[in-house]
Design a protein around this ligand. Structure first.
Ligand code: RNT
Ligand code: ZN
Length: 416
């Protein structure tokens, strides 16, 4: 059956329960997801900095990892060509592109080091988001913005400020906001005897960063909390409570990464509470498997629950980015999978009879509410998804994987 025919039938089925599939497709088209550049090369960046540090880890050794800006950009292009819609790219500061012999340290980074990224984004109509890189560096030895040594703290303060200026440049050039996310790896392997001093230093360092003037409309600063990292199991300085309070008092936003909480905590549940006290909330959608493992985002219950909250509370209030790095599978496919899964989850949420479900809850008709929530799971989502992909001229089913296989043989396998 043709995609159009399937869509017409699905449309009628959804219409019976009061859901308009045409508006769902229009809404989905408007949602830009920030695709993280670091899935393409296992968070390596272009500084030849050596191994990944900071308590995060990309495991696996699949062939074809991008080694240069050209390779990474080509891989991003390939991935984006298989993802419906126009999205954004999330860069890290260690993806600066230097002219030969003109490498500078991270506190000296300037917009010009990201000119090629801006050209890349401009010609593809993509927005750019940004992240200071406070790991994989000699001055990031367990602590950064909360370091005991004022000189090291000052270095990372300067780095963060340099990044804010680069974000301003992105926003100016690309005429869309740039989200600037601050995450630090700071923490302690074993139980610290003083939790207050490092947190006080982090607070003072952030205050120092924000003494600078920047365009608050174009640069949306977010702060990302974490529960633990490898080698920082007993205490992370930038905990959720720390940043939730810091954000509230300093007019920046919280970023919730769903790999950064206790395994049974639900980030989906947190979104409405955050949005009652802030204009927006930022997310790193990831997939923690028993720990903050950063597996590829699946179309699973957790992602769907997050997507439902995004849709119910207004997608314009959520700064949406993905964050995972799986080096054990084809990295381009990993991007496509995660992005398409996030979009499918958003579409599933858009296709819920939200008003009816809310009414059932209000009237305490919990049996009927449960029944309807469950029945919705087997509604013909795939027929609507196929139409969304067809409109974007992207394969609507596993057909996209043929292009990954060809790219692997023609491009990735030759990177030896
Ligand atoms: C680490 C955080 C952080 C990083 C990226 C590379 O636990 O999730 O967001 O994944 O900055
Ligand atoms: Zn994250």
């Amino acid at each position: 059956m043709s995609t159009a025919k399937r869509y017409e039938e699905a449309k009628a089925i959804y219409k019976k329960i009061g859901v308009n599939t045409d508006s769902a497709l229009n809404e989905l088209k408007k949602i830009a997801i920030s695709m993280h550049c670091w899935q393409g090369d296992d968070v390596s960046g272009f500084e030849n900095a050596g191994s990944l540090t900071g308590g995060i880890q990309a495991t696996g050794n699949y062939m074809g990892k991008a080694r240069t800006p050209d390779e990474l950009m080509a891989d991003i292009d390939k991935a984006m060509s298989l993802i419906p819609g126009i999205h954004r790219v999330n860069l890290h500061a260690n993806y600066a592109i230097f002219e030969k012999g003109k490498k500078v340290d991270r506190d000296k980074l300037e917009p010009k080091h990201f000119k090629r990224w801006v050209e890349f984004a401009k010609s593809r109509k993509l927005g750019l988001d940004f992240n200071p890189t406070m790991f994989s560096h000699p001055k990031a030895d367990g602590l950064t913005l909360s370091h005991e040594d004022p000189a090291i703290r000052a270095f990372w303060v300067r780095h963060t400020q340099a990044c804010i200026k680069i974000s301003e440049y992105f926003a100016r050039e690309l005429k869309t906001h740039s989200a600037l996310n601050i995450w630090i790896p700071d923490g302690f392997k074993d139980v610290p005897s003083d939790r207050m001093a490092p947190r006080a230093r982090l607070k003072a360092s952030l205050d120092e960063v924000f003494k600078m003037k920047y365009n608050k409309k174009s640069v949306i600063v977010t702060v990302e909390s974490k529960l633990f990292g490898i080698g920082a199991e007993s205490c992370t300085v930038g905990s959720h409570e720390f940043y939730m309070n810091y954000a509230a008092k300093n007019n920046v936003l919280c970023l919730l990464d769903n790999g950064h909480f206790h395994p049974t905590e639900s980030v989906a549940d947190k979104i409405s509470s955050m949005l009652l006290f802030a204009d927006k909330v930022a997310l790193h959608v990831s997939r923690p498997v028993r720990w903050d493992s950063d597996h590829v985002v699946r179309f699973d219950d957790e992602t769907r629950a997050i997507a439902e909250e995004i849709i119910k509370n207004g997608s314009d209030r959520v700064i949406l980015a993905l964050d995972y790095f799986d080096a054990s599978i084809n990295r381009v496919a990993a991007w496509v999978l995660g992005m398409r899964n996030m979009q499918k989850a958003l579409l599933a949420a858009l296709l819920l009879p939200r008003a009816t479900l809310a009414k059932l809850q209000n009237k305490r008709q919990f049996t009927e509410m449960l029944m309807l929530q469950e029945e919705m799971k087997t509604y013909p989502l795939s027929d609507v998804w196929a139409m969304f992909c067809a409109k974007a001229k992207v394969p609507g089913n596993e057909g996209w994987f043929d292009q990954i296989k060809a790219y692997e043989t023609e491009v990735l396998a030759k990177r030896v």
